[in-house]
Design a protein around this ligand. Structure first.
Ligand SMILES: Nc1ncnc2c1ncn2[C@@H]1O[C@H](COP(=O)(O)OP(=O)(O)OP(=O)(O)O)[C@@H](O)[C@H]1O
Ligand SMILES: [Mg+2]
Length: 328
């Protein structure tokens, strides 16, 4: 089910020794900045142990929890984020179906609507959602569960209706030293602003991507078909600064959509996304004038970086990186 659940990053695990507090702070930052009506406070144990983990995946888990907390507090509230070293003894470990030992616990509490028992029992099931009307897929917590389990950890939740909810993530502590952050520009999610039209017929990609981009500060328009994309673009072309276009769509193909978008606005900024790497059809469309390409499944970090670049004032059209600037 990883295929299904981990929309972000199959096959790209990168386990490193990570400083938990940094990760927690960094992942919360954009959420806090974009949801001013929510007050967040941190209670991070200073000497909390590091963990062996894929930073991108854990970040994704935390973001899912923040977003859920946000949904539970539509009128605002408190988000309490805590880290601490804990030891799970034999009997606790057995109850949680995990190994005894030393863990780092990350707790995220909200003062939102909370959940009744029946809901609480089912929240980690794939496709269980009480937010179907609002476009919830019910995959957020299922994927969080999968990721944490893959890290040898566990996730659980406590809640009461009207009293908010607490989610605890336990990750096995590491005795290694934290690895220095590599100085890549692609570290972390990049916030931004402007209008983005996301075109993808796969709700499992469209919905979470739209949510994350909204959280990063963008205004997001969503289209699940080429026809919708063209209509939405036509109606909102003054507000849409960038289009992220899936190549494979039912009905109209990605290249047909691109052609129509360019008919509406020859200067339209488009990033292509596709499950196939950059070759053949995609390559042709790229040459027709696109700002970039992102291969699916993409991580939010990749997405945020590419969008940032494409929206940069100096960003030119996509140029092939084959040495000479002049086409021969
Ligand atoms: N912090 C929370 N407070 C109250 N209810 C919650 C909270 N987090 C999750 N839930 C409940 O658990 C359900 C499942 O959450 P999950 O993240 O898996 O899916 P979703 O949020 O409904 O959909 P998606 O993540 O695709 O937007 C939610 O629909 C909601 O009923
Ligand atoms: Mg969710």
């Amino acid at each position: 089910t990883r295929q299904l659940l981990g929309f972000a990053r199959e096959g790209k695990y990168e386990v490193r020794t990570l400083a938990v507090n940094d990760l927690v702070r960094k992942s919360a930052q954009f959420f806090i900045e974009t949801r001013k009506e929510i007050d967040a406070d941190f209670q991070l144990q200073e000497d909390v142990h590091p963990v062996e983990a894929d930073a991108g995946q854990i970040e994704q888990v935390l973001l899912n929890l923040y977003i859920n907390a946000g949904h539970a507090m539509p009128k605002g509230g408190y988000l309490h984020i805590q880290t601490s070293n804990v030891v799970l003894r034999e009997e606790d470990a057995r109850a949680f179906e995990t190994k005894p030992g030393s863990y780092v616990r990350i707790s995220i509490s909200d003062t939102g609507v909370g959940m009744d028992r029946e809901t609480l029992k089912r929240i980690f099931e794939p496709f269980f959602t009480t937010r179907a009307q609002e476009g919830g897929t019910g995959l957020g917590l299922a994927s969080a569960y999968g990721i944490v389990r893959n890290h040898g950890g566990l996730i659980n939740a406590y809640s009461e209706p009207g009293r908010g909810s607490t989610f605890n993530i336990y990750l096995p502590s590491s005795v290694e030293k934290v690895e220095e952050e590599r100085q890549e520009p692609a570290q972390g999610l990049l916030a931004g602003s402007g209008g983005i039209l996301l075109v993808d017929d796969e709700p499992m990609i469209l919905e979470p991507a739209a949510q994350m981009l909204r959280m990063l500060g963008y205004t997001v328009y969503q289209a699940a078909s080429g026809q919708d994309a063209v209509t939405l673009y036509f109606e909102n072309r003054d507000r849409i600064d960038l289009v992220v276009l899936d190549m494979i769509l039912p009905g109209m193909s990605g290249s047909q959509v691109l052609e129509m978008l360019m008919g509406i606005n020859p200067e339209v900024r488009v990033i292509l996304s596709s499950g196939y790497s950059l070759q053949g059809e995609v390559q042709k469309v790229m040459e027709a004038g696109c700002r970039g390409f992102i291969q699916k499944p993409y991580s939010m970090r990749e997405m945020s970086v590419i969008i940032h670049q494409a929206l940069a004032p100096s960003a030119g059209r996509h140029e092939r990186q084959d040495g000479e600037g002049n086409p021969s």
